[in-house]
Write a protein that binds this ligand. Structure first.
Ligand SMILES: *[C@@H]1O[C@H](CO)[C@@H](O)[C@H](O)[C@H]1NC(C)=O
Ligand SMILES: *[C@@H]1O[C@H](CO)[C@@H](O)[C@H](O)[C@H]1NC(C)=O
Length: 381
């Protein structure tokens, strides 16, 4: 019962995001002025696929009462504009910080904010990239169906983006551009929450993992066939340690069953990626171990500057976990001292630590090398 409530609350909030790459585009000018040009950025563009951990506003363009949206205070309170942007954070999210590390201002913009105007889409795509991440999304289409952009649809949106870019740049330049760009992933938590709630229609964990891996690798293979070469993949974190789940364990501690469920998927993602590398010539990847990186914070909070690692900064009731982050929520005083911003999502500062670890941090948390080394790899189209 507790599990179901927790899963429900969690599912609503989790989003995926993508990472960022850099390029400079000349906007507003004519056809010939739109071109990828690496100035200070380490990659021409970043294309982001994921859930609420990476969404930068796509869900604000979806209709439906149950669509999770971070479009009200106090989301965005520490963002430069102090306003909600669709990010499930007090400020930037992990995709933003990876993009920043690569030389961009922040995450590339949300696809649905660009899609209506082909020129805006092309200019953004070649100069910064595009984010397809959508809160609540899963690897499976059935995960919170109708309330998000599932991974398979995110890939189709990329396909459409590529067609628009190709119409402007031609196929040779587009292939070169895509082979140098970064494809960032963070997805899978929502599928596990739905399974834990007993709402997936899947009865055993082996079948669950098999269908997740099958669809995850299909998405990566599709992108490879469209020209993607550099993949930065963030695995699933300790879902059992988010405040809304802790609230229901009775002790405030983590839920081991949910954590084991996440470990099992992470254990399957690793061989999936190495398998793809051997089948898809020229594919390079870095796998960020979000699970272990997050566990480090819980084990040594002070060392990482956290005064609190079990409660939501923005929420209400016990551990701030009895309700979502709402305009009438109580806020903690020290936003940076809290690992969690709301009852499911990391604070801006936690996201910053995660991104820094994967970008150029200790190798223990990235396989076979970090994101910085990944983007320096020479790729061919
Ligand atoms: C798996 O991926 C394929 C291809 O992207 C998609 O058509 C299909 O609906 C997905 N299946 C599920 C169960 O999500
Ligand atoms: C905040 O407002 C919501 C309705 O939007 C209500 O359900 C909730 O009880 C309120 N919480 C507090 C702490 O007042």
């Amino acid at each position: 019962m507790a599990r179901q409530l927790a899963a429900k609350a969690i599912c609503r909030l989790l989003v995926v995001s993508i990472h960022v790459l850099g390029a400079v585009a000349v906007a507003g000018a004519g056809r010939s002025a739109v071109r990828p040009s690496e100035i200070t950025q380490q990659v021409p563009a970043v294309f982001v696929f994921g859930d609420s951990t990476m969404d930068v506003g796509n869900n604000n363009y979806l209709s439906g009462e149950n669509v999770p949206r971070a479009n009200k205070p106090y989301y965005g309170v520490d963002y430069p504009t102090s306003r909600p942007t669709g990010r499930f954070s007090n400020g930037y999210n992990v995709a933003d910080f990876i993009a920043k590390a690569l030389g961009f201002k922040e995450s590339p913009p949300a696809y649905l904010s660009l899609a209506p105007r082909s020129n805006s889409l092309v200019v953004a795509a070649v100069s910064r990239g595009v984010s397809y991440a959508s809160a609540g999304a899963g690897i499976l289409d059935s995960t919170y169906a109708g309330e998000n952009i599932p991974l398979s649809k995110q890939v189709r949106y990329f396909e459409s983006t590529k067609a628009h870019v190709e119409a402007r740049l031609g196929s040779r330049a587009t292939s070169k551009f895509l082979s140098r760009s970064l494809f960032l992933f963070g997805i899978g938590s929502n599928d596990l929450f739905v399974y834990a709630e007993g709402q997936s229609g899947i009865n055993d964990v082996a079948t669950l993992y098999a269908s997740l891996i099958s669809n995850y690798s299909a998405a990566i293979t599709d992108l490879y066939k469209m020209g993607a070469r550099k993949f930065a993949i963030i695995n699933v974190g300790p879902l059992g340690c988010v405040p809304v789940v802790r609230l229901l364990t009775g002790t405030g501690g983590c839920d081991d069953d949910l954590n084991q469920l996440a470990i099992g998927l992470d254990d399957a993602i690793k061989p999936m990626v190495t398998g793809l590398t051997s089948r898809l010539h020229g594919l390079v990847y870095s796998l960020g171990n979000f699970y272990d990186q997050a566990m480090d914070n819980f084990a040594h909070p002070k060392a990482f500057g956290f005064a609190n690692t079990d409660s939501a900064c923005c929420g209400s009731g016990i551990m701030g976990a009895e309700d979502d982050c709402l305009p009438n929520s109580t806020l903690c005083t020290d936003h940076d001292g809290f690992l969690f911003w709301d009852r499911v999502h990391p604070s801006q500062r936690a996201a910053q630590l995660t991104a820094a670890t994967f970008y150029d941090g200790i190798s223990r948390h990235t396989t076979p090398f970090n994101f910085k080394q990944l983007v320096r790899k020479k790729t061919t189209n």
